[in-house]
Design a protein around this ligand. Structure first.
Ligand SMILES: NC(=O)c1ccc[n+]([C@@H]2O[C@H](COP(=O)([O-])OP(=O)(O)OC[C@H]3O[C@@H](n4cnc5c(N)ncnc54)[C@H](OP(=O)(O)O)[C@@H]3O)[C@@H](O)[C@H]2O)c1
Ligand SMILES: *[C@@H]1O[C@H](CO)[C@@H](O)[C@H](O)[C@H]1NC(C)=O
Ligand SMILES: *[C@@H]1O[C@H](CO)[C@@H](O)[C@H](O)[C@H]1NC(C)=O
Length: 291
């Protein structure tokens, strides 16, 4: 009974929160003149995000390994109306590159408002039979480099009240066969970024963290990977890219996109949300505020 008394107002707060955030309105002008980094932007969803940002009049900085592709995308971004567009090519297997990339990008852009983390090492769908190097590479490229990039960008993001946008997947919220190393790296992102989101909320660091849970999207890589294995319908990458940017601009905690239907609701896991809310209240975080 006592638990119910506690629970009801909390539930009310959650409902009010969801109602409120659903009613906030996105305007493309929100991105005008904003300084934005997009990783994994040489193709797929990353490239589409760069195009959207350009059309919204943002300062765009793209990265990936393929220099030729990036050069072309930068030229297209300028045509689309980007306030500025630049690229720095390199591999996110190399943490020194990741760190230097953010420093150089910050100098070129003159600060940073939004860091969109989107790159992944290429993955095929197959049963796991012991490819340890792939496990290690997936963790390094899909997860550790995200942490390195975020920490390098944090001072600039604190200054701008900026945002970190982390692109994840349904495979980062639920078990899926044939993608064990990929899935592990996406679960790691949830653990890490959801944890620091709690820290930032308590210690008043005003940098928003948006985790994006995507269903199947019609990028060339994904279509090739699922061919003959998965018959799920894919959603358009252009629309997906826009929803990610919207979620980041509205400072939403999570974005769900794709033909998810009811799974969207179930993946949000209300049990976890309630547990996190209650358990956070038993911490004394006083000593960590303002340092
Ligand atoms: N498509 C889907 O169905 C789907 C579903 C759920 C979640 N997602 C997520 O959405 C995001 C984008 O997916 P996508 O389908 O658009 O992928 P994609 O088309 O394969 O693009 C991946 C990007 O990452 C870059 N990249 C690969 N290895 C890299 C490395 N070592 N260092 C730096 N950059 C590297 C690639 O460029 P270079 O090769 O030039 O380096 C490319 O720009 C990923 O986080 C993915 O997990 C996608
Ligand atoms: C960041 O937010 C704080 C508190 O709302 C505000 O005082 C400050 O002006 C903001 N800074 C920027 C750059 O928007
Ligand atoms: C955090 O930053 C956002 C974006 O600038 C601003 O709208 C909001 O008021 C800030 N919140 C706090 C608590 O400072």
């Amino acid at each position: 009974m006592a638990f119910m008394k506690k629970l009801l107002p909390i539930l009310g707060v959650f409902l009010a929160y969801y109602y409120y955030s659903a009613n906030e309105e996105f305007k493309p002008e929100m991105l005008q003149g904003k300084k934005v980094i997009v990783t994994g932007a040489s193709k797929g969803i990353g490239k589409e995000m760069a195009y959207h940002l350009a059309k919204m009049g943002a300062h765009v900085m793209v990265t990936a390994r393929s220099e030729e592709a990036l050069k072309k995308i930068v030229a297209e971004c300028l045509e689309y109306g980007a306030a500025s567009a630049h690229y720095i090519a390199g591999t996110m297997e190399d943490m020194t590159f990741a760190e230097r990339f953010v420093a150089r990008a910050g100098k070129i852009l003159g600060g940073l408002d939004m860091l969109i983390l989107n790159h992944i090492t290429s993955a095929t769908m197959e049963p796991f039979v012991g490819d340890i190097p792939l496990v290690r590479k997936s963790m390094e490229v899909n997860y550790i480099s995200y942490v390195v990039l975020s920490m390098a960008a944090l001072p600039m993001l604190k200054q701008s009240n900026g945002s970190i946008v982390v692109v994840s997947s349904m495979a980062g919220k639920m078990a899926s066969p044939l993608v064990a190393p990929y899935s592990a790296s996406k679960f790691a992102l949830d653990g890490f970024f959801s944890s620091i989101r709690q820290e930032y909320s308590v210690t008043k660091v005003n940098v928003s963290i948006t985790l994006c849970i995507l269903g199947l999207i019609n990028t060339d890589s994904a279509m090739k990977a699922v061919d003959g294995i998965l018959s799920t319908e894919a959603s358009p990458k252009e629309d997906c890219a826009l929803e990610i940017i919207k979620g980041g601009a509205l400072r939403q905690e999570e974005v769900y996109y794709g033909k998810l239907g009811w799974s969207n609701l179930l993946l949000r896991n209300p049990g976890r949300i309630l547990l996190e809310f209650f358990s956070l209240r038993s911490y004394n975080m006083e000593r960590f505020i303002n340092n």
